[in-house]
Design a protein around this ligand. Sequence first.
Ligand code: ADP
Ligand code: ADP
Ligand code: MG
Length: 713
Amino acid sequence: MFKKILIANRGEIACRVAATARRMGIRTVAVYSEADANAKHVRACDEAVAISATPGGNAPRDSYLRVEAILAAARATGAEAIHPGYGFLSENEDFARACAGAGLVFIGPPPSAIQAMGLKAEAKRLMEQAGVPLVPGYHGAEQSPELLRREAESIGYPVLIKASAGGGGKGMRVVERAQDFDAALEACRREAARSFGDDAVLIEKYLRRPRHIEIQVFTDTQGQGVYLFERDCSVQRRHQKVLEEAPAPGLSDTLRRQMGRAALSAAQAVGYVGAGTVEFIVEQTGDDETPGQTAPVSGAGAGHTALKFYFMEMNTRLQVEHPVTEAITGLDLVEWQLRVAAGQSLPLTQEQLRITGHAIEARLCAENPDTGFLPATGRLAVYRKPPAACFTRADVGTGFVRVDDGVEEGDEITPWYDPMIGKLIVHGATREEALARLDAALARVRIVGVANNVQFLRHVLATPSFARARLDTGLIERESARLFGREPLSLPLQVAAVVARVLADEADQVVGAHLGTPFSPYARPDGWRAWGQATRRFDFVVHEQLVHALLRYGPAEQRYLTVRWGGELAEGPLSFLPLPEGWLDLGWAGKRHGVAVHRQQAHWHVFTAEGAGSIAQCDTLSDAQVTHEVTGRLVAPMPGKVLSFAVRPGETVRKGQVLAVMEAMKMEHAITAPTDGTVEALLYAPGDQVAEGVELLRLSSAVSQQESVLPGH
Ligand code: ADP
Ligand code: ADP
Ligand code: MG
């Protein structure tokens, strides 16, 4: 076995690999960019080497993609092997070759296998020869628009045009009607050339409500291979995975075996070695054509749903969602990778592999679901997560919560890399148990400072489609009414939580300040006054509306809270008990709630089992007017490239309308109008690289700059 390995990656996967290496007694070397000098993955390894180009080596091509710098780091530290993680250099056959050339073991498949699976079209040609079922489509070398259009016609609309070199959900276009084909082909080619440097496309039948089910395979250098069952990754946004689970709900043993064998033959057809994933798209057709209504995947002929699976692509690396497979098999896939790379044979045979229980993974991302999943950056002012935990019950066995992440509280989510903060993985005896555990774990995630998808994930878990395992790639769209622009957490509950937090903090301070005079009435945290009844007023602004809270102290530490907003009123007794880790047991209007409250300047962030929200406190005595930002400047939210402008100078636009599209953090972002207005000027051209915060275009707004939010009272 290796004595020392270098991990050519960052974030959660670098930490993940380091953890297994440490357990196996293997020393680790981290590499890092300038922005990552103090990152968690650097601290997770025994040694670390800076690999940034100077100056300013943060972009992937100036850091984690610098092959020479990484090889030099390995030589300098005496590492024998390189683990590439996922993303970055993991599927780069030139890097795998360069490792071999430098006398280092690349912990992954042979370069020839990476190459064979690297282009979707070529991979499909190989799979066709190996007898693996393919989605009906065209994946030939000839690329004339006339031929492609004819092929699309013979496949039958709708079709999907895919960049052969594509990945990460990019470079795909659905075409519903023949008359739209030419324009879509054009657009897809442009995006493919820009993102992948290769404009070759393939065409597939576009399946209406498919499931994405992938098989984890493992092969060794002795020619043995096994499949470690499947993962259902149907819950996607922008063709990217959001939730992943194993086993796939309703998959019959027969179909599991068929898919497992097909995946293994796919791997063996290209001489694969190590961990790989064969992605299948599974077509659900049956009597019942209602979207999402027929969950059971039982194989052709059984039940109402006929199931057909087709090869989509093979990812020649460890996958983001590998922990769900680890959870149901009880194995450590990184350990297997290291063993196979060191020349050992696979630790188990197919017959020895078993599925136990059910696992689900949720990707925590720095993004805003309500603005089309626009990635977010910023400092994680608060980042608390559920403790990793293991539950053992004699009747159902074990279940657990696992957190894989690459950041700590106080860390920065920078614009340079992927917006994934981490992953929450849960295991339970049944899917129902795992789902409940995941929801409870998400309720304990507290993030302040960076927009994130935690509440969105909870909403997805609560949809009837997800709860009943009616999975298909259209789930998020179908359930959108339940997922986007949701009512925030109950306003009076948020106010009560904030008031309780303020009182609890004051009680701590008062007790601290009067340690020497414990019997002084001024040491009583109950609003005691020498005379009269004590009342206190708190004012908040929520969605431009003023909220007043009045707290009255009664006898015997009783407190009574009245909350008024926009003609509405809520009131009741308020009580609280401090709990560990910043939680409070809040009693409010006859109910008890576990709440946590964090302050960031004027904003209070409230976390409860029912959801999270935030309210701003204001001082109505001094702020007679509260200005809210109505800006005429439209700035780049992050460094990136301007792809296009959707408007021209002089054009009038409506609030929410797309004005421009940028590309950053591996994604395209629409910049939308914050208000109705008129476009005054475009300040950049498509193709321009822009820094964060630069003004992209100027909009003259139709709304006044200041608005009074203070109603008469
Ligand atoms: P998957 O199907 O496993 O999500 P993707 O091709 O979307 O595969 O990418 C895998 C993962 O690799 C991403 O989720 C991301 O975390 C990581 N990744 C890829 N490219 C980059 C990059 N340039 N910077 C940081 N992380 C990256
Ligand atoms: P990537 O390399 O970006 O991961 P894939 O070929 O794996 O590209 O496709 C990504 C996703 O797009 C799939 O998980 C699925 O949701 C959707 N998709 C791909 N092919 C089809 C198809 N033929 N019909 C319907 N949806 C598809
Ligand atoms: Mg894919």
